[in-house]
Design a protein around this ligand. Structure first.
Ligand code: GDP
Ligand code: MG
Length: 159
């Protein structure tokens, strides 16, 4: 059995990705999941959660000194989010690339934020930015663990 955060630097690296309340409200969950599925990554954890303000504050604790922190936490707890754990080679870095820049206006077309968002505080998705953050966030959002399943098409994705 793998640890919930997988093994960084291998094909079993894992990251925490989330569709934020704006992305859920706007009906973008399916599209976001589809991008990672089609790329060949493996979905090992998935659930809809309505975060409490305390959960939001905990999730963004590293930003607690920023002036936008209270508004960010209020927004993040304003409706359900979709929590995902994705697995595969370089998924932490690739996940961030596929999301785009924090600032949607600086995000390239083809990225999730570049295709679907405009404002910084409504950038629809979250992704862990390092192996340490992935381990921390996966433990926080998936305390029950995830699913270690074998994806039979992997031989057609990895050489
Ligand atoms: P991320 O990892 O790309 O999501 O960016 P950060 O971890 O730096 O910030 C978390 C979230 O806070 C971002 O996704 C934005 O929605 C929001 N945010 C970041 N910087 C700012 C800012 O300067 N102003 C406002 N209003 N929101 C911000
Ligand atoms: Mg961040």
């Amino acid at each position: 059995k793998l640890p919930v955060h997988g093994i960084a630097g291998t094909n079993q690296e894992r990251t925490f990705l989330a569709v934020k309340p704006d992305g859920v409200q706007r009906g973008l969950v399916g599209d976001i999941i589809a991008r990672f599925e089609k790329r060949g990554y493996k979905l090992v954890g998935l659930k809809l959660v309505w975060p409490t303000l305390e959960m939001a504050q905990n999730h963004y604790a590293d930003l607690s000194k920023k002036p936008f922190y209270p508004g960010l936490c209020k927004f993040f707890s304003s409706g359900p989010i979709v929590c995902m754990c994705w697995e595969g080679k370089d998924i932490i870095n690739q996940g961030r690339q596929m999301l785009g820049e924090t600032q949607p206006l600086a995000s390239k077309p083809g990225s999730i934020r570049g295709d679907f968002s405009i404002d910084l505080g409504r950038n629809i998705c979250h992704g862990s930015d390092s192996p340490e953050a992935a381990a921390h966030e996966l433990a926080m959002w998936f305390p029950e663990g995830v699913n270690d399943w074998a994806k039979t098409v992997d031989a057609w994705v990895y050489e």
